[in-house]
Design a protein around this ligand. Structure first.
Ligand code: CTP
Ligand code: MG
Length: 229
């Protein structure tokens, strides 16, 4: 089976609120999403790297893609939420991806993923019957809040993990899962709902952070610049 990497990049970045969608904000010398695209393309086991863009994306065309690995391409099939973006892209790629090919999904907003973490993840998941995801055990103590912003209770964190990406599943299973759970905020939560399909957790790395708020940009850039030194 082949591995197809899909990079959802069709969001608006409203929580950062920049003039451009966050995946195009310059970070350590290039637009944020280029980092993940190039790192994914550097992994020889990955067959193709496909950015999922908004149908009206005006930015992709501004770059000279002849300078980038041939493996990288784009589909303009973003939807109203992330799951719909992935579902649309799978429909668009239907003729190219076989049912038992792997679909690896990685956020455009996680630019600090490394080649070695990707390789480690693939080693762990490639032979799994279901698939899996990178995740981190929780480090902070969890509080449930009352509406008045007073603590209602502390929630035991034993066994709790924070999901990251990449997440990787067989194309057929992923497509069926997303069809049944079109509101899922990640691929794993859709697959989990299918009886007998518990995704494998692979420990990630705290530097594989998701850029959601403005302060995350600064942290991600520090991590990327430090690696260039
Ligand atoms: N995404 C997507 N299609 C959507 C919404 C999100 O492809 N309709 C992508 C984003 O581009 C991002 C990833 O999914 O790479 C994770 O989403 P998130 O961090 O929520 O990004 P945005 O939706 O762009 O940000 P915000 O929620 O702040 O608007
Ligand atoms: Mg969003």
């Amino acid at each position: 089976p082949k591995i197809f990497a899909l990079v959802p990049a069709a969001g608006q970045g409203t929580r950062i609120g920049d003039a451009v969608p966050k995946q195009y904000i310059p970070l350590a010398g290039k637009p944020m999403m280029f980092h993940a695209l190039e790192t994914l393309a550097s992994v020889s086991r990955i067959h193709a790297v496909i950015a999922i863009l908004a149908p009206l994306d005006r930015h992709w065309g501004e770059y000279d893609w002849s300078e980038f690995p041939e493996k990288i391409e784009a589909v303009f099939s973003g939807g109203k939420n992330r799951a719909e973006s992935v579902t649309n892209a799978l429909a668009h790629l239907d003729a190219r991806i076989a049912k038992d090919d792997w679909v690896l999904v990685h956020d455009a907003a996680r630019p600090c993923i490394t080649k070695s973490l990707l390789e480690q993840f693939l080693d762990e998941v490639e032979n799994d019957p279901v698939g899996g995801l990178l995740a981190m055990p929780l480090a902070d103590t969890l509080k449930r809040a009352e509406e008045t912003l007073r603590v209602a209770e502390t929630i035991p964190r034993d066994g709790l993990w924070r999901a990251q990406t990449p997440q990787m599943f067989r194309c057929g299973l992923l497509r069926r899962s997303l069809a049944q759970r079109p509101e899922s905020t990640d691929e794993s939560s859709a697959v989990e709902q299918m009886l007998g399909n518990a995704p494998k957790l692979v420990q990630g790395d705290n530097t594989n952070l998701k850029v959601t708020f403005a302060e995350d940009l600064e942290l991600a850039e520090m991590i990327l610049l430090r690696r260039q030194m």
